[in-house]
Design a protein around this ligand. Structure first.
Ligand code: R5P
Length: 298
């Protein structure tokens, strides 16, 4: 077995992004191998040992990936890793941070406790935190680092140009977390809509200050597009308010082809996303932001 002082370990489906992070950190890169048995179990093998080990895997569609990640983390530790950093650009289960109805699992706490057992630092991009105020609060006894995806998106628009009169719209009250830093970085006007979710695919969005959108291009900025219901409803109210065009920028694009078609049909001109979740809309590489966050750790 090879021994590295520092290495980034990725999985097959995120090979390119893991290698980009390794390059940005001037570290070695290696791929975790996973053999899937016919009965659905996974045999996980890390190809090298590293004192300073960084395991990279976006955890959208998380359930099968989580088991393999824990196996990989355990193998890295058993083979001498002194510090293990888990980079999960998309960190799942952050929204279930409270028992909303009796007898539900408190998923955020369970996940946080489980990952804390196996690594020292957890790095995520724009984690969806609400009642738990900091990412470190999710991981008992460990350090969490939240990297801003909104600022990475702003960097992209700074480089590629954006009309000065663009109105940045967060599609719900919580979206100020992405919309505000994005808009401020680009000196654009911003505001948020008000959303009521009526089901997984059903939302109602209204605009408190609709007049501000009249005659201007609107860019909807959010942390996640999943079913597309939120961005579609927000686009519809923006158009009704007189927006000249509607486009979207999102940190994590979790939506499938069907949702992409619905987004197109809704007249949303384009969607730009970060590459923390591999997706056809990816335009923004997060490797520089993730590497800077890891280098800043002491
Ligand atoms: C909600 O709290 C998030 O910020 C997103 O607005 C939401 O997850 C988007 O989901 P969907 O695309 O399914 O409406």
């Amino acid at each position: 077995m090879r021994h590295f002082s520092k290495a980034v370990f990725g999985f097959a489906e995120c090979r390119g992004e893991a290698a980009a992070l390794a390059r940005a950190l001037k570290a070695r890169s290696a791929e975790v191998s996973v053999h899937r048995f016919p009965d659905g179990e996974s045999l996980v093998r890390v190809p090298a040992a590293a004192k300073d080990a960084i395991l990279y895997r976006p955890l959208h569609h998380p359930n099968p990936k989580l088991v393999e990640v824990i196996f990989a983390l355990s193998a890295l530790r058993a083979n001498g890793a002194k510090r293990i950093i888990l980079v999960a650009p998309y960190l799942p289960y952050m929204r279930q941070d409270k028992v909303f109805w009796p007898c539900e699992a408190l998923s955020q706490k369970v996940l946080g406790t489980m990952l804390s057992r196996w690594c020292d630092v957890i790095v995520a991009v724009e984690p969806h935190l609400h009642r738990t105020r900091t990412i470190t609060g999710v991981f008992p006894g460990r350090r969490g680092v939240a990297v801003s995806g909104a600022l990475a998106l702003a960097r992209y628009f700074k480089g590629n140009g954006i009309a000065k009169d663009t109105f940045v719209l967060g599609p719900d009250e919580e979206a100020y977390r992405s919309a505000q830093p994005f808009a401020e970085a680009l000196r654009l006007q911003w505001g948020t809509a008000v959303k009521k979710r009526r089901g997984d695919n059903k939302v109602a969005v209204r605009l408190p200050n609709a007049a501000r959108l009249k005659g201007r291009p609107v860019l909807i900025v959010d942390d996640v597009i999943s079913t597309g219901a939120t961005v579609i409803a927000a686009a519809s109210v923006a158009k009704r308010a007189g927006a000249t065009s509607v486009a979207a920028a999102v940190v994590h694009a979790l939506y499938d082809r069907r949702a992409a078609q619905a987004i197109k049909r809704a007249g949303i001109r384009s969607v730009v996303s970060c590459d923390g979740v591999p997706h056809p809309s990816n335009k923004v590489a997060l490797a520089p932001d993730l590497a800077a966050a890891i280098k800043a750790l002491r």
